[in-house]
Write a new protein. Structure first.
Length: 139
């Protein structure tokens, strides 16, 4: 069986990390499926999905610091020169992280580790509402 759903998340931008594990868990619970996988896909090109240990040091500081080293906000980006905007770094960061994530589930439970949560990271320069497609495939 395949179940399609969406998750809407309000973000602040600027490397905002949001734990969406509860949203995904709730949708999996509603599905009443036992075994399979949850496929998550962020619709857009300036945010991405991954798993982390969602704690303040990592979520509020370390991830932002790492992405700033890789694709600095004040860098020169052809995207910005072409479109006359300010989010070239956001596109690069999102591309490196990726827009999708697949998490298996067994016995109706996500197979996440003890300290592992599913997060959306919004790299854009402004607040917005992000949409995540949540497709549950299983039996």
């Amino acid at each position: 069986m395949i179940i399609n759903d969406e998750i809407g998340i309000k973000t602040h931008g600027n490397c905002h990390v949001i734990d969406i594990t509860d949203h995904v868990t709730e949708r999996l619970s509603r599905s009443e499926l036992s075994n399979g996988c949850v496929v998550l896909f962020h619709v857009g090109s300036t945010a991405g999905l991954t798993t982390v240990e969602y704690e303040p040091g990592l979520a509020d500081h370390d991830l932002a610091a790492a992405f700033e080293k890789i694709a600095p906000q004040g860098g020169t980006y052809q995207h910005e020169l072409t479109w006359h905007d300010d989010n070239g770094h956001a596109h690069v960061r999102a591309t490196l992280l990726g827009p999708s994530l697949t998490v298996p589930f067994r016995d109706g439970r996500l197979t996440l580790g003890t300290w592992q949560q599913i997060v959306l990271i919004d790299f854009d320069t402004r607040a917005r509402t992000r949409n995540i497609i949540c497709q549950i495939i299983g039996e």
